[in-house]
Design a protein around this ligand. Structure first.
Ligand SMILES: Nc1ncnc2c1ncn2[C@@H]1O[C@H](COP(=O)(O)OP(=O)(O)O)[C@@H](O)[C@H]1O
Ligand SMILES: CC(=O)N[C@@H](CCC(=O)OP(=O)(O)O)C(=O)O
Length: 262
C-alpha cells in the first residue's frame, strides 16, 4: 500500500508565527501523499472576545451556540484555512482548503443533548465518510487542508474537534493507504512531567496509558488527543505519533521523535 501522512497541527502552533512558519516549511517538504488538519481554538476564542462572544468549554469541547458557530465558521473555514493554504502555496505545496462539507467528505450529526447541550457540535458519521474525493485530489498531487468543520446534510455547518477529524480521516483512509497519523503541537511529545519539556515518554501502550491516567499525569487537551490516538490504532491505523511541530519532517521518516502510540 502507498504511504499517506495525516498530520494535525494545533492552535498553539498556529497562533505562534515563528513556530507556524517552521512547521509549514517542513510540512511542505514532506514527499508523497499528505493531508493537513488544523485547529485554531485559541484564535476563535480571541476573535469571539473581540466580538463580545464569550467562549465556554466542557471536557475540551466548545459549547457552540448560534453566534459561536458563525464565529468558528469564519475563523476556521475562512481566516485560518485560507492563510494556511496561501502560506503552503508560498512554500511550493499545492494545497486546497476544505471543510467537511466540501464534496460531502465528512457528514456529521449534531451531538444529542444529554446532560449538556453542546449546541452546533458535530459527531462524525464515520460509517458514511466519503474518501473518494480525497483519493482523487491526492492522486493529482494536491494536498487537502481541513478546517475543523463538518455538516449535517441539511444545510447546517457543525463544529468538530480537529483531533477527532484527524483520527476519523486516518481510520477511513487506512482502507486504501498505509497511514501514519501525526499529532503536532508545541511540546516534544507526551510528557511525564508537564513542566519539564525534556521528560518525553517515547512509547505509550494501553497498559502504560492506564498507569499514566491513574498517576494523573495526563490532563487538559492531551486526554482527548490520546483517546483519539488509541481510537485510530484500534481501528486499522498503522502508526500514531504525538510530537513537536518542529519534528514533523523527521517524524515522516523511520527516525521518529516524540511519543509513539501502539
Ligand atoms: N502529560 C502531558 N504531556 C503533554 N501535554 C500535556 C500533558 N498534560 C497536559 N498537557 C497539555 O495538553 C496540551 C495539548 O492539548 P491541546 O491544547 O488541546 O493541544 P492542541 O490545541 O495542539 O491540539 C498541552 O499544551 C499541555 O498544556
Ligand atoms: C467542538 C470543538 O471543541 N471544536 C474545536 C475545534 C478547533 C480545535 O480543535 O482546535 P485546537 O486543535 O487548536 O484545539 C473548538 O472550537 O475549539
Amino acid at each position: 500500500m502507498i504511504d499517506l501522512f495525516i498530520i494535525k497541527v494545533g492552535g498553539n502552533v498556529i497562533d505562534n508565527p515563528e513556530l507556524l512558519q517552521t512547521f509549514l516549511e517542513k510540512f511542505a517538504a514532506i514527499p508523497g501523499k499528505k493531508i493537513l488538519i488544523h485547529g485554531g481554538g485559541k484564535i476563535a476564542t480571541r476573535i469571539g472576545d473581540k466580538l463580545g462572544i464569550e467562549s465556554k468549554y466542557v471536557d475540551g469541547r466548545r459549547i457552540t451556540d448560534a453566534d459561536t458557530i458563525d464565529v468558528v465558521t469564519m475563523v476556521y473555514g475562512g481566516l485560518v484555512n485560507k492563510q494556511l493554504v496561501a502560506k503552503l502555496q508560498a512554500n511550493g505545496c499545492n494545497a486546497i482548503g476544505l471543510t467537511g462539507a466540501d464534496a460531502n467528505i465528512i457528514p456529521a450529526v449534531k451531538r444529542p443533548v444529554k446532560e449538556i447541550d453542546y449546541g452546533f457540535v458535530g459527531d462524525i458519521r464515520t460509517e458514511i465518510l466519503h474518501t473518494g474525493p480525497l483519493k482523487a485530489l491526492l492522486d493529482t498531487g494536491i494536498t487537502p487542508v481541513f478546517a475543523p468543520l463538518t455538516h449535517d446534510g441539511n444545510g447546517q455547518i457543525l463544529n468538530t474537534n480537529a483531533d477527532t477529524i484527524a483520527s476519523s480521516l486516518a481510520i477511513a483512509l487506512s482502507q486504501h493507504y498505509s497511514v501514519r497519523l501525526i499529532y503536532c503541537f508545541e511540546k516534544k511529545g507526551v510528557l511525564r512531567d508537564p513542566a519539564d519539556d525534556e521528560s518525553v515518554i517515547n512509547l505509550i501502550n494501553k497498559e502504560i496509558y492506564q498507569q499514566l491516567l491513574e498517576e494523573k499525569i495526563l490532563t487538559d487537551g492531551i486526554l482527548p488527543k490520546l483517546q483519539n490516538a488509541f481510537g485510530a490504532i484500534d481501528n486499522g491505523v498503522k502508526e500514531v505519533l504525538i510530537g513537536h511541530a518542529d519534528d514533523v519532517l523527521s517524524n515522516t521518516t523511520p527516525k521518529v521523535a516524540g511519543t509513539l502510540i501502539c
